[in-house]
Unconditional design. Structure first.
Length: 592
């Protein structure tokens, strides 16, 4: 490992001459003073003798930070029109960068039947019945009822819902309700009929259709290829509905201190975000992913249609799915589930050679690849595809070299000679084989993980995995120990977009009641967790030179909290409140 460098702000108190305005620098618009501001310098090395950077003031011009330091130093930059905001001693830090979201789906779920938190099948059905009884819905009996967020693992008996359950409350409406993880849906009889799904319907590759003892479909469809049989019959949402859904999720993110998201929604949603940006109505930074299966020429056309250097909105990596989820028992495992011994999950790509060829073609075109992989088998398939794609020469300059001098960001690249500049990612990486940690490191693969998943999954993950595999699940510390970069997020709306549950999970691996702990040897420090939620996430989207720190030249994205999350007890993390969220120097939530 290289020695940590901080050439840009050795002490974070720059000479005043560095603050002098010139004809090329816009006037200082805003100065924050009397704060306890964590800049992010030296954050990852929690055991370092260098104290993470703290200042009391910062100045903003043109949407970027132009100075950090003491109140007296920074106030010397105050001009006639400069707004001075007194933080009154409050703790501030870089805005959170959620490395994995689905903001369109989250908003649309809110606009339809939101089943999040249903404590029983009866409660789920009551919510659906109430929605169907709404006069606007009841007036159009042919309209589809959609929604999601249910989780049968929270219910007594943990039994999946069926079409018969839905038929009792949906009337003549065709209805489809997704499980919280998005890897299972339950459809009623009208929806199955619309899709032509009968006892004779064969499940597509990498998917499953559940049947009852008589051979009839139960209404449960597993994984995209099966769910698509119904989804393709549902009229797509209008642009207005898409915008309302996106605005809901954007407001949620900003209220929780999230200033950037890396997102998988539909391309049509990206077009709505473009429209919002043109109207100066987009206040959240979005790196939008594209579907890995999309033809390469279409991907190139879409990439060329929007400025890749746009700091507010751009198209990012290609997202592919290797498997499903543990909660749905569709994650692809090397060996059968401990609690379902005839099942090894569902592997989306049964032909490794075809997957390798697709990955190679897209890597050769300069696209970053990110694969959803939860089971150990799925992670192995993803790594094999990345290794195949590594045979493609990456042309110099295709992607920017790391500009951040902090060796904590570039160490794993330096430790893996020849590793791709494309920064391959595995999303979730929940269960891996012991030998694959080194493969992650050698290939420079980023582990994009969601700590808050553990708060839900620990109730049943041990039963799914058995005593041996459980020690190799949700392994945040092991990834760090092998020099792998972590990028944290939430998988919103699978979990709340609030980052504080994730921080709590990362540092405790304990349920919120404090009564159950899951593999505590995989805990990380609060500094490591904050790093993964800010600088690690920025690195994962090639933005480490402008996001994740509060230093001169970086985007002025910060969050002001009601407590110093680096000093409070883990339990207190859960009660953290956001006082102000700032994006590009503009207060977009809270404040006075």
């Amino acid at each position: 490992m290289k020695t940590i460098l901080s050439a840009c702000v050795a002490s974070l108190l720059l000479p005043l001459t560095a603050f002098t305005q010139s004809s090329h620098q816009p006037p200082v618009e805003t100065i924050f003073v009397h704060g306890d501001i964590l800049t992010g310098a030296h954050l990852k090395k929690s055991d370092s003798s260098v104290t993470p950077g703290r200042v009391t003031a910062l100045a903003i011009a043109g949407g970027r930070i132009v100075a950090v330091g003491s109140d007296d130093q920074v106030l010397k930059l105050k001009g006639e029109s400069t707004k001075v905001i007194d933080l009154n001693g409050a703790f501030a830090m870089p805005g959170f960068n959620d490395a994995h979201t689905h903001i369109a789906g989250a908003g649309q779920q809110h606009l339809t039947v939101d089943l999040t938190g249903s404590k029983s099948l009866a409660e789920m059905l009551d919510r659906i019945k109430a929605y169907a009884a709404d006069p606007a819905v009841a007036a159009n009996p042919a309209s589809w009822i959609k929604g999601g967020g249910w989780d049968h693992t929270l219910w007594p008996g943990k039994v999946l819902p069926t079409k018969t359950d839905l038929d009792a409350v949906t009337g003549k409406h065709p209805a489809v309700l997704e499980r919280v993880d998005g890897h299972i849906l339950v459809a009623n009889s009208a929806a199955l009929e619309a899709a032509g799904i009968t006892a004779a319907t064969k499940a597509p590759t990498g998917a499953a259709i559940d049947h009852d003892a008589t051979g009839e479909p139960t209404g449960i469809l597993r994984e995209d290829a099966a769910m698509e049989l119904v989804d393709r019959k549902i009229p797509p949402p209008s642009s207005d509905v898409r915008r309302r859904a996106l605005q809901y999720s954007i407001d949620e993110a900003l209220a929780h201190g999230v200033t950037s998201v890396q997102d998988l929604s539909e391309y049509e949603d990206f077009l709505v975000l473009e429209s919002m940006e043109r109207q100066h109505a987009l206040k959240l930074r979005v790196s939008e992913w594209m579907a890995f299966d999309t033809p390469v020429e279409v991907l190139k056309q879409r990439r060329a249609a929007h400025d890749a250097n746009d700091p507010l909105l751009h198209l990012g990596m290609l997202k592919g799915f290797m498997d499903g989820s543990l909660g749905s028992r569709t994650a692809a495992m090397e060996d059968p589930y401990a609690d379902d011994t005839g099942n090894t999950g569902l592997l989306r790509y049964s032909d490794q050679a075809k997957l390798n060829a697709m990955a190679t073609a897209r890597a050769a075109a300069g696209f970053q690849l990110g694969f959803h992989a939860i089971g150990d088998r799925a992670n192995e398939v993803a790594l094999d595809a990345f290794q195949a794609a590594e045979q493609v020469a990456v042309l110099p300059g295709q992607r920017p070299a790391p500009v951040d001098p902090d060796a904590a960001i570039v160490a794993h690249v330096d430790a893996a000679p020849g590793a791709s500049q494309l920064r391959y990612r595995i999303e979730h990486a929940q269960v891996v084989e012991a030998e694959d940690f080194d493969r992650f490191a050698k290939l420079g693969v980023i582990a994009s993980m969601q700590p808050s998943h553990l708060l839900t999954d620990m109730n049943w993950a041990g039963a799914r995995l058995g005593p041996d595999r459980v020690a190799l699940s949700y392994t945040w510390k092991s990834f760090l120990d092998h020099g792998v970069t972590l990028a944290f997020g939430t998988d919103y709306p699978v979990e709340s977009i609030g980052p504080f549950r994730g921080l709590y999970a990362a540092v405790t691996r304990m349920n919120e009641a404090g009564t159950q702990t899951y593999q505590p040897q995989e805990k990380v420090t609060i500094e490591e967790a904050l790093y993964a939620y800010t600088q690690g996430s920025a690195f994962a989207e090639f933005r480490e030179g402008e996001k994740g720190r509060l230093e001169p030249g970086y985007l002025a994205d910060l969050v002001v909290l009601d407590r110093d999350v680096t000093k409070v007890s883990p339990q207190e993390l859960l009660g953290t409140k956001v006082l102000r969220t700032v994006v590009g120097g503009e207060t977009v939530f809270g404040g006075k």
